[in-house]
Design a protein around this ligand. Structure first.
Ligand code: DON
Length: 568
């Protein structure tokens, strides 16, 4: 572990002691000028190349997003959606919401059976898809901030799809672990499982249909995807299989540019995701609850730190279940949820020595209860950060929701479809695949965007870029991002150590503290003695982070995956 020069010695020693027990200590990758962190190395290198060729951080982000759709098909996508947070070196910030939208024909009860119980149709099959936003999002970002020709940014993805690339062990494993779902769709089986003869590491994977789609997008831009041949073929396949996304939905799709949520924490300024993400409200509310508790005094992953962070998480997730949704459809009380008095009241309800049972914690603005929830393990989204040599920073999280989305590939088009409709509350109080519940606020309505946990975040200090961070991981995203933020800001860890530190998660319901495998046993025992019901988890949010440390960029990437820090 490397202690950052600015941190006090006592904190260094404490962090070091805690870390030796808790995690492998690693130096972060460093770069003097610019940096990309992404969850797939070929796409990270595409971004670095764009930066070296004089492109800015948004150019690189667009090229990476398109490349990931080729090299990381479990999450990178053309058929999904996401969020891009931009902070320019001049301090201007914006948030591009290219989240999927519920199709015009979607109805509130569309996933309930005759008895009124939720079916699996929000996760599997053609009806699980919302109108995709990724291509529109990338084009919008490029038109607003890009400096390179659009076709030049599509070119690396197009080449990777056309000429193929060597299958990594991670990619081979991901095909293998989603075999059942991919086999259910003939087109997915043909492309991703080579008709049943699975790809092995080192073999070349070519995607000619996806290359053709990318070639049309390179030429015709998002208009081609939403109104051209791609749109017509996608809508025709949807209609043939009972899916809802129509040519009207595609033509009507719009990126929404939103003001990011901003707030202060100690000497840092946090810029993060507004609704329809719950993530930014979560990060700001949880940091607000933690501020002043002295939760950091015993070091990262100490009993005290975990207790206060878990109690902050519990309180936020109770609020999330009731008040967070698409702001175009529901009046999200962001100001109230972040009001100093409200946050202080939430903080005061934390007992320093005991967990508060979730049944005593309702959504705080007006008490309510929700049903018990289950847990879903296998899932996929992806996050990447880019900082260019001028100091422009971009954080992108985008997704198909599940790993490989709903497992269906649009015939002849080469890209997978999302199952983002599952992020709506199919039935009030009934958990979705991430075990989170919602109510009226997040009910299905045509054109509405489902509530998300994706939390791309950029942090500044003294008005300058300090950190970019985000993660995949379903409902564990927001808590994972929170932990890496406090690990860096409060525990002064470098970003690699911070992303490697075993994580924990609490989401109010079920009333369970999830500890990642490898969590220090003595901390776990002490938390159990305090009264926490504990369960181990293997899957946590796979966080990616870039931190500016005394003029040098340091990158931390998920070593539990194939991530890469690529800088110069
Ligand atoms: O928007 C959301 O919160 C989810 N659709 C994200 C899904 C996810 O992170 C799955 N990945 N690990």
């Amino acid at each position: 572990m490397s202690c950052r020069q600015s941190r006090p010695l006592a904190v260094c020693l404490l962090t070091l002691l805690t870390l030796t027990a808790a995690a492998r200590a690693k130096d972060p990758v460093r770069a003097a000028h610019a940096m990309v962190v992404a969850q797939e190395p070929l796409a990270a290198d595409v971004g670095r190349r764009v930066l070296l060729d004089g492109g800015n951080a948004v150019d690189a982000a667009v090229a990476i997003g398109l490349a990931l759709a080729v090299t990381h098909p479990s999450a990178g996508n053309l058929g999904g959606g996401g969020f891009m947070l931009v902070r320019l070196a001049n301090g201007k910030t914006t948030f591009l919401d290219f989240r999927e939208a519920a199709p015009e024909k979607a109805t509130r009860d569309m996933y309930l059976d005759a008895e009124g119980n939720p079916t699996k149709d929000s996760i599997f099959g053609w009806r699980s898809s919302g109108t995709p936003g990724s291509v529109a999002g990338f084009e919008f970002a490029h038109k607003k901030f890009g400096s390179k020709p659009w076709a030049e940014l599509v070119a690396p993805a197009l080449q990777l799809a056309r000429n193929g690339f060597s299958v990594s062990q991670t990619l081979a494993d991901s095909f293998h672990s989603s075999e059942k779902m991919l086999t259910a769709d003939p087109e997915s089986k043909r492309i991703f499982l080579r008709d049943g003869t699975q790809y092995k590491a080192g073999e070349t994977f070519k995607q000619p249909e996806l290359a053709d789609t990318l070639a049309r997008i390179a030429k015709g831009g998002a208009k081609e995807f939403y109104e051209g041949e791609t749109a017509k073929r996608l809508a025709a396949a949807m209609a043939a299989h009972g899916g809802l996304v129509s040519t009207r939905d595609l033509a009507a799709y719009k990126v929404v540019e939103r003001a990011p949520l901003e707030g202060n924490y100690k000497q840092f300024h946090i810029i993060t995701a507004p609704p329809p993400s719950a993530g930014g409200v979560g990060v700001l509310q949880m940091l607000g609850i933690l501020d002043g508790t002295n939760f950091e005094s015993d070091g990262p992953n100490s009993v005290k730190a975990v207790h206060y962070e878990a109690e902050a998480m519990r309180r936020f997730y109770a609020d999330r279940s009731e008040y967070l949704a698409d702001p175009q459809f529901y009046n999200v009380p962001v100001k109230s949820l972040l009001a100093a008095d409200y946050v202080a009241w939430r903080r005061r309800t934390i007992d320093p020595n005991h967990p508060t049972p979730s049944e005593y914690i309702g959504p705080g603005l007006q008490r309510a209860q929700a049903a018990h929830v289950s847990w879903f393990e296998s899932s996929e989204t992806t996050h990447y950060n880019v900082v260019d040599a001028k100091g422009n920073a971009v954080a992108v999280t985008y997704t198909l929701n599940n790993s490989f989305g709903n497992g269906i590939t649009a015939p002849g088009l080469g890209f997978l479809l999302n199952d983002e409709m599952d992020d709506f509350a199919a039935k009030p109080g009934v958990p979705n695949m991430f075990g989170v519940t919602g109510g009226d606020a997040n009910a299905i309505e045509p054109g509405k965007r489902p509530l998300s946990s994706m939390t791309p975040t950029i942090i500044t200090k003294d008005g300058k870029f300090f950190m970019a961070v985000g993660a995949p991981g379903g409902s564990r995203i927001t808590t994972g991002v929170l932990q890496v933020i406090v690990d860096v800001l409060d525990f002064h860890m470098n970003p690699q150590d911070a992303v490697d530190l075993p994580r924990f998660h609490h989401q109010w319901k079920p009333d369970t503290l999830y500890l990642q495998n490898g969590f220090p046993a003595d901390t776990e025992a002490a938390l159990a003695r305090m009264g926490y019901p504990i369960k181990p988890i293997s899957g946590v949010a796979r966080v990616e982070a870039i931190v500016m440390n005394n003029g040098v960029l340091e990158g931390g990437t998920e070593s539990r995956l194939d991530g890469k820090v690529s800088g110069y």
